[in-house]
Design a protein around this ligand. Structure first.
Ligand code: BGC
Length: 754
């Protein structure tokens, strides 16, 4: 049933009146868009005029309904706040019926009937779960990433949700930090492109449609740089590094239209992000022109007292609001303290008006004043969840997100007639496979395990034998013997190993990035049998895989691949799909190398592997500087040859474009996709420059034997950086271009910018 708007006594007349009576400027230039904006602004003026200070403050308050599996457990106090018009938004209610019930209270039982805004963490799918965000990033497939967020938006909005706390656009270079799983990896250029695709997917082209929701770029800012990879930890970095590396994905999200921003938990250079005027007002609003609203992260206004930044909650409220926060998630401090802060002159009423207006503006843009129940349609909800086409997209995304890390002697793809032993704690798993923060995705019974995926692909009569061998964690080896027996009877062993879903994500930092529990010991026992060994990994972050890499014949990084994950793994193992994913983050050899990422500086004493005296060099004495698998790396069942890299001119001026071409040939005997990557090195600058930076990429499909010329163009804008005086511009000088299959690409050309 489609719930009808029941009561908007105060607002509907205002709205109707405005629409019919507003006089618009009659000039020829006045477009429909400006008329609509005028109507909206007049409506908001009129509404704000009628609101008491308390009601305006109410719009800045967000509480969780604390739903669990048995239903809503909204604190009765919240209901009272809601009835008193002191609550503007709720999160963690996630059904058409549930949101309807809360909305009905807001519309019918409050003085002005202002509708609530419903938020929820829709991170990598709502019901149909796609691979974790880091996995999606490994596809480098922007259209598919946009499609994935579109599907999430379709499903979530059908469950009454107006606003997602995504995309997470934090650059992350430290795999100890569990939240690397939620972002797009370590690289600025790739993260910028992905941030834009995700915002577009969530918000669509028109927020007033009931299948679009507000996006929220989080966590602003520099949360991914938490010291030592420990979640919530402090960040201290130069403004140059902040602007060059951590801010661009936020700016990109804003440029793509992101309606809201979320503050970060961390303190940045001594100031908690939630109280940081420099971030929230000077940069976000004044420099970038952001017009949406800023929400805090969970209780982070309150946490400013623990940071040692605010002497008490009242001061925290004052600092947050004055810094530029518009909505307080879960602290209740705006609710309790803002009234008095205004009375005391510590927070201006105009600042409250600004915050309330930004929030009401979004409610208006979503069409909630016209029909507060427009997202509460239980029939649509039922029809929308798990549509066959969504599951198909999820499978496609999962196939494209997987990265083939090793494939000796072409052990993959497997022949369907081989006798397979499927071993490991994740081989039959349909719980962890959808990963952390999987919204309303069903786990057991819905997600497809690798075992089911293979069985489905090969048919029920397949010669597939399974043994779990051990748990993900723990020390129990009592099931090793069964796994060994199973492996002995097979032609090839496929082990599915990794982390449990709660080992990555929020508050899941690790100092040991080895496979947990006794999984490595299980590998060692299976290896002794001497059968071809394929290891499929499911995890939320780069792991340290030197051992696995040394013993496995093939290694596949499957991340947490989502609802259709097992089917996608099966397709990949048996060659129904030729792997094309490339790592969006560097895999270290060991934890001691962390942070390790590709776009480092050279230092004054670079290590040269084959150079003469190497003692006093920037290196470790116990391990090579190189990662185990570099950024951009990933193999295919076919092979690609790069040749004839050319540039159209050796010298470029600041107004010209440089055209770059390279020939890529599929030299293997299978069709396949390749992600062609272009990196630039600025050889010297007014500040030191990274050894290479990704500037372009293109995903191409080549039939076996086929070649293609791939062209790119660059201009001086692509060479810009924060120079010594912090102006963002390119400097004249020498540059190198590298094009190839990963960040260690070897084909190079030199050019001069002058
Ligand atoms: C997380 C956010 C999330 C919020 C609401 C916090 O703990 O840091 O990413 O959006 O909770 O669930």
């Amino acid at each position: 049933m489609k719930y009808k708007s029941l009561k908007l006594i105060f607002l509907l007349p205002i709205l109707m009146n405005l629409i019919s009576c507003t006089e618009f400027p009659s000039s020829k230039n006045s477009t429909n868009a400006t008329k609509e904006t005028d109507v909206k602004e007049a409506f908001l003026d009129s509404l704000l005029n009628q609101m008491t200070l308390e009601e305006k403050i109410g719009q800045t308050v967000l509480f969780s309904a604390g739903w669990d599996i048995t239903g809503p457990t909204l604190d009765t106090n919240y209901i009272n706040y809601l009835k008193a018009g002191k609550l503007g938004a709720i999160f963690n209610v996630h059904s058409a019926k549930g949101t309807f019930e809360f909305q009905k209270i807001a519309v019918e039982n409050t003085r002005l009937g202002i509708p609530l805004l419903f938020g929820y963490d829709v991170i990598h799918g709502h019901k149909t779960i796609f691979p974790i965000s880091l996995g999606e990033a490994a596809s480098w497939d922007l259209d598919l990433i946009e499609r994935s967020t579109r599907v999430a938006a379709e499903e979530a909005t059908a469950s009454g949700i107006h606003w997602t706390f995504a995309p997470m656009v934090d650059i992350a270079r430290d795999p100890r930090w569990g939240r690397v799983s939620e972002g797009a990896g370590e690289d600025v250029y790739l993260a910028v492109k992905i941030a834009q695709a995700r915002v577009k997917g969530f918000q669509g082209d028109d927020l007033s449609k009931n299948n679009t929701l507000l996006a929220c770029a989080k966590h602003y800012a520099a949360y991914g740089a938490a010291m030592a990879g420990r979640d919530y930890n402090s960040v201290d970095m130069s403004e140059r590094e902040l602007r060059a590396t951590y801010l661009p994905p936020f700016k990109a999200a804003l440029d793509a239209g992101a309606a809201t921003f979320m503050t970060a938990f961390n303190d940045l250079n001594g100031v908690p992000a939630t109280g940081d005027k420099f971030l929230l007002t000077d940069i976000l609003r004044e420099e970038w022109g952001f017009e949406g609203f800023v929400v805090t992260d969970y209780t982070s206004v309150m946490e400013m007292t623990r940071h040692g930044f605010s002497k008490d909650e009242k001061q925290a409220g004052e600092q947050a609001m004055n810094a530029g926060v518009d909505m307080d998630m879960q602290s209740g401090i705006f609710l309790r303290e803002l009234n008095a802060l205004v009375a005391e002159g510590k927070v201006s009423e105009s600042r409250i008006n600004q915050a309330a207006r930004a929030i009401l503006d979004m409610k208006y843009r979503l069409g909630l004043f016209e029909d507060p129940y427009r997202y509460c349609d239980t029939i649509r909800e039922k029809e929308t969840h798990y549509k066959a086409e969504y599951l198909e997209s999820a499978k496609e995304m999962a196939r494209k997100s997987m990265v083939l890390l090793k494939n000796d002697r072409q052990v993959l793809p497997l022949s369907k007639s081989k006798k397979i032993a499927l071993i490991g704690p994740l081989a039959k798993d349909d719980f962890n496979i959808i990963g952390s923060w999987a919204a309303q995705g069903d786990r057991n019974g819905k997600a497809i395990s690798v075992f089911e995926g293979i069985q489905e692909l090969l048919g029920k009569t397949a010669d597939l034998n399974y043994a779990k061998g051990c748990e993900i964690m723990g020390t129990d080896k009592s099931h090793f013997s069964e796994a060994i027996r199973t492996a002995k009877q097979a032609d090839v062993v496929v082990m599915v190993l990794g982390e449990s879903e709660n080992m990555s994500g929020e508050a899941a930092s690790r100092t040991d990035l080895n496979l947990p529990g006794v999984q490595k010991e299980l590998i060692a026992e299976i290896k002794k049998i001497g059968k071809p060994l394929v290891i499929v990994l499911m995890n939320g972050r780069p792991l340290t895989l030197e051992y696995e890499n040394s013993v496995a014949d093939a290694l596949v990084e499957a991340w947490w691949p989502g609802t259709m994950g097992g089917a996608a793994v099966a397709d990949l193992l048996f060659g129904e799909y030729n792997p094309s994913g490339k790592l969006p983050i560097t895999f270290p050899r060991n934890v001691g190398q962390i942070p390790i990422y590709y776009n480092v500086k050279n230092t004054g004493r670079p290590y040269e592997k084959d150079g003469p005296e190497q003692r006093f060099r920037s290196r470790y004495i116990d391990v090579d500087n190189s990662p185990l698998f570099p950024f951009g790396y990933g193999l295919s069942y076919t092979s690609f040859e790069y040749s004839d890299l050319s540039i159209d001119k050796p010298t470029l001026n600041f107004e010209e474009e440089l055209k770059i071409e390279v020939t890529v040939k599929n030299t293997g005997n299978q069709d396949g996709e390749e992600i062609v990557q272009l990196y630039v090195q600025d050889l010297f600058g007014s500040v030191t420059r990274p050894l290479r930076e990704l500037k372009r990429f293109e995903k191409i499909f080549l039939k076996s034997g086929e070649s293609k010329v791939v062209s790119f163009t660059l201009s001086s804008e692509d060479l810009a950086f924060y120079t010594l005086d912090m102006s963002f511009k390119a400097e004249a000088g020498d540059f190198k271009i590298y094009v190839g299959t990963n960040s260690q690409a070897v084909l190079e050309k030199h050019f001069v910018l002058n």
